[in-house]
Design a protein around this ligand. Structure first.
Ligand SMILES: Nc1ncnc2c1ncn2[C@@H]1O[C@H](COP(=O)(O)OP(=O)(O)O)[C@@H](O)[C@H]1O
Ligand SMILES: [Mg+2]
Length: 621
C-alpha cells in the first residue's frame, strides 16, 4: 500500500518538530556542559596552581630546579592538565613540562599574565586555559597550569552525540507509532477516496467496505446509499430515454412511411436549392433513382423547378408551377418555404431553411380539361352560327315591323296599341338576351383558347398609360351614365412594357366595367406605378365589395358573387378568369383586396424585363 497523503504530511511535521527539538536540546545541553566543564577545569587548575605555588616556595628559593621539575611533572598525570611551568619574578621560566621546548605563545604571555585565567591557543597543541598562581604574591615567581580545553570540547561532543543517538531512537520509535496510528485513520479514508473517484466516473456498482463505527464509517455508509439512489435515478432515466428514443424512432418511421407512400411526389430542398429529401413517388415521376437526386441541385429536374424553388425561397407564400414529367405526363408542383419558426428558439437555423415541393400528377385532369375545352369550343361554334342568324332575323323582323307594319296599323285601337308595345318590348328582350348569349359564347371561346394555349400573342412595346386611356375611352359613356368620379394617377416616365395591347385593354375594360357594375356611388380610381421591376396597376372602387369567403373564388370560371340562380346575374363570370389568364401569360400576377360593403381594389403586375423560363413562354410559343 502506498503512503497516504495524511501520513506524508504528518511525517514531515514530525520530522520538522524533532529537528527543532534536537537542535535546541543539543545547543542548550552543549552550552551547559561546556560551561560546567570549563568552571570545573578552572577551579581544578586554580587548585593545582595554588598548591604548587604554596609548596614550591622553598624549592624555588633554593633554586632547586630538579625538585621543581619532579614536582610539576607529577601533576601532569591529573586529567585535563596539559602543561605546568614555573617562572621567577623576572619572568624567566625556571622549569616546565613542555617537550621538547617551550612554545612561542607561552613565552609571549609570561610577562603579561600575572594572575587569574586566560585563554590561549598554542599552535600544534590546541586551546588551553592558562591559570596563574603567584608564589608569595609574585615576589618569587608564578606557577602556570594549562588546562586542555580540547578535552572539554571532546567531552561535550561525546555527550551531545549520545544524546542525539538517544533522541534518534525515540524519534524512530515515535515515527513507527505515528505510522501505525495515521495508517489506521487514513486507510479507510483512502478507501473512501478511491470510492469517491469511482463514483465520479459513474461506476455506481462499486462498493466500499468500511466497517468502523466512527464518522468515517458513517460517511462511507451515507455515500454508499447516496450512490445507490443516484444509480436508481440513472437507471430510471435511462429507461425513460430509451422509451422516448424508441417512440421517436417509431414516429419517424411512421412519418417516413406516410411520406413514402404518398401518391403525390414530395421534394425537400435546402436554401441553396439542394435536394434533401424525396419520396418514392418522385422517383417514378422523373424516372430517376433516389441517389441520383439526393444531394443534387434541383436544376436536374428542369428549369421550371429552379424558378419554383427560387420563388418559394424568396417568399412565404405558396408558389405553383406546371411541369413536365416522364412518359409524356404532366404535374402540378406546389412549393412552400420552410421557416425557422418551427424550430427551437436557440436553433442555429435562421430565416428560411428551404422549401417543400409537392407534385401531383395531373395528366388525367389535363386530358379531361382538354376534352372539355374541345367540347366547349365545338358547342360554342355550333351555337354561335345559328344564334347569329337568329339575331339577324330578329333584327330584320323588328325593322320590318317598325318600318312596314306599324305605319299601316290603326293606332287608335287601344287593344292593338297595347299588343304593339308588348311586341316592341319583347324584341328588346330577345335582342339583349341574344347579345348576352353571344358575349357569353365569345367569352367561353376566349377562355378555352387561353387555357389550351392556342392564343396568338401580338407582343409590342407599349405604354401602360395608353392602355388605361383606351380602356377608359371605350367605357366613357358608361362612366357618364353612372355619374361616378374617375381618378387617374399614373407615375410619370413609366418604362414601356412588352405586351399584347388588345389583350391588356381587354383586362382593363373588364376591371373598369366590374367597378362600374358593382359601384353605385363614390368614385373609381386607377393608378399605375413602378414597383420591384414591375408595373403595378390598381383599380379601386367604392362599391359593394366582395365577401371575404368569395375573394378566393372570383378568379375561377363562372364564379359570381351571390346566388345567380335567383338574382339576375350582371355578367358571365368569365371576365376575371380571362384577365387572370392574360396577366399570367405576361408573367404577372392579379389579385384583389376588398372589404365587403366598402369597396374593392384590384391589382395586377406586368414585369418589365422578360425573364427567361417564366410564364412568358406561353406568349413566345
Ligand atoms: N369591383 C367589384 N366589386 C364587387 N364585386 C366584384 C367586382 N369585380 C368583380 N366582382 C365579383 O366577381 C364576380 C366575377 O367577376 P367577373 O369574372 O368579371 O364576371 P362578371 O363581371 O361577368 O360577373 C362578379 O360577378 C362579382 O360578383
Ligand atoms: Mg366582368
Amino acid at each position: 500500500m502506498r503512503m497516504s497523503r495524511l501520513f506524508q504530511k504528518t511525517l514531515i511535521s514530525i520530522i520538522f518538530l524533532f529537528l527543532i527539538i534536537f537542535i535546541t536540546i543539543s545547543i542548550f545541553s552543549g552550552w551547559h556542559l561546556y560551561n560546567n566543564l570549563t568552571e570545573e577545569y578552572k577551579s581544578k587548575g586554580t587548585a593545582i596552581a595554588s598548591s604548587i605555588a604554596s609548596s614550591s616556595v622553598e624549592t624555588i628559593l633554593n633554586l632547586d630546579s630538579a625538585t621543581v621539575q619532579a614536582m610539576i611533572d607529577q601533576f601532569l598525570e591529573i586529567e585535563g592538565v596539559s602543561y605546568v611551568f614555573v617562572r621567577d619574578s623576572s619572568g624567566q621560566i625556571i622549569s616546565h613540562t613542555f617537550v621538547p621546548n617551550i612554545p612561542q605563545e607561552i613565552l609571549e604571555i609570561s610577562d603579561a599574565h600575572k594572575s587569574g585565567i586566560k585563554d590561549i591557543s598554542i599552535q600544534g597543541m590546541g586551546e588551553f586555559l592558562d591559570i596563574v598562581a603567584p608564589i608569595t604574591e609574585g615576589a618569587i615567581g608564578f606557577v602556570h597550569v594549562g588546562m586542555n580545553k580540547n578535552i572539554i570540547n571532546k567531552k561535550m561532543w561525546t555527550v551531545i552525540g549520545s544524546q542525539i543517538a538517544l533522541l534518534s531512537a525515540i524519534f524512530a520509535l515515535s515515527l513507527f507509532l505515528a505510522y501505525f496510528m495515521v495508517n489506521k485513520i487514513s486507510q479507510p479514508l483512502n478507501e473512501l477516496t478511491e470510492y469517491a473517484k469511482k463514483l465520479l466516473n459513474h461506476d455506481f456498482s462499486a462498493r466500499v467496505d468500511i466497517k468502523s463505527k466512527d464518522e468515517i464509517g458513517l460517511l462511507a455508509n451515507t455515500m454508499q446509499s447516496m450512490a445507490n439512489n443516484i444509480n436508481e435515478v440513472f437507471d430510471r432515466y435511462e429507461y425513460a430515454l430509451k422509451d422516448a428514443v424508441l417512440e421517436l424512432q417509431n414516429t419517424l418511421a411512421y412519418l417516413t412511411t406516410i411520406i413514402d407512400n404518398m401518391a403525390d411526389g414530395l421534394i425537400v430542398v435546402d436554401k441553396d436549392g439542394i435536394i434533401n429529401h424525396i419520396n418514392s413517388a418522385v422517383s417514378d415521376m422523373f424516372g430517376l433513382l433516389e441517389h441520383e437526386m439526393i444531394g443534387k441541385n434541383i436544376k436536374i429536374l428542369g428549369k421550371n423547378f429552379v424558378e419554383l424553388s427560387t420563388k418559394s425561397l424568396a417568399t412565404e407564400e405558396i408558389v405553383t408551377a406546371e411541369i413536365n414529367l416522364t412518359k409524356n405526363r404532366f404535374g402540378k408542383a406546389v412549393a412552400k418555404s420552410i421557416k425557422k419558426e418551427y424550430f427551437a428558439e436557440d436553433s442555429e437555423a435562421k430565416g428560411i431553411l428551404g422549401s417543400v415541393i409537392l407534385i401531383r400528377d395531373i395528366t388525367q385532369e389535363k386530358k379531361v380539361d382538354k376534352l372539355k375545352t374541345e367540347f366547349i369550343t365545338i358547342v360554342s361554334h355550333e351555337l354561335r352560327t345559328p344564334l347569329t342568324s337568329i339575331l339577324g332575323f330578329v333584327e330584320m323582323i323588328e325593322r320590318k315591323f317598325k318600318d312596314t307594319i306599324i305605319p299601316n296599323i290603326d293606332l287608335n285601337n287601344q287593344k292593338i296599341t297595347k299588343v304593339i308595345n308588348k311586341i316592341e318590348r319583347n324584341f328588346d328582350i330577345i335582342l339583349s338576351e341574344g347579345e348576352r348569349i353571344t358575349s357569353l359564347i365569345s367569352d367561353i371561346l376566349d377562355i378555352s383558347k387561353l387555357e389550351s394555349g392556342t392564343v396568338k400573342w401580338n407582343l409590342e412595346e407599349i405604354s401602360i398609360e395608353d392602355i388605361i386611356e383606351n380602356a377608359y375611352k371605350a367605357l366613357s359613356s358608361l362612366f357618364e351614365q353612372k355619374g361616378l368620379a374617375f381618378n387617374l394617377q399614373i407615375q410619370p416616365n413609366l418604362p414601356k412594357i412588352n405586351a399584347d395591347r388588345e389583350r391588356l385593354i381587354q383586362v382593363m375594360i373588364n376591371l373598369f366595367s366590374n367597378a362600374l357594375k358593382f359601384t353605385e356611388k363614390g368614385f373609381i380610381k386607377c393608378s399605375a406605378e413602378l414597383s420591384n421591376n414591375e408595373i403595378l396597376v390598381k383599380v379601386q372602387d367604392t362599391g359593394i365589395g366582395i365577401p371575404e369567403e368569395e375573394i378566393d373564388t372570383i378568379f375561377e370560371k363562372f364564379k359570381q358573387v351571390g346566388d345567380i340562380m335567383r338574382n339576375k346575374p350582371k355578367g358571365t363570370g368569365l371576365g376575371l378568369p380571362i384577365s387572370k389568364q392574360i396577366i399570367e401569360a405576361h408573367g404577372g400576377k392579379i389579385w384583389v383586396k376588398s372589404e365587403y360593403g366598402k369597396g374593392s381594389i384590384f391589382y395586377f403586375t406586368i414585369p418589365l424585363i422578360k425573364r427567361e423560363g417564366n410564364n412568358n413562354e406561353n406568349i413566345n410559343s
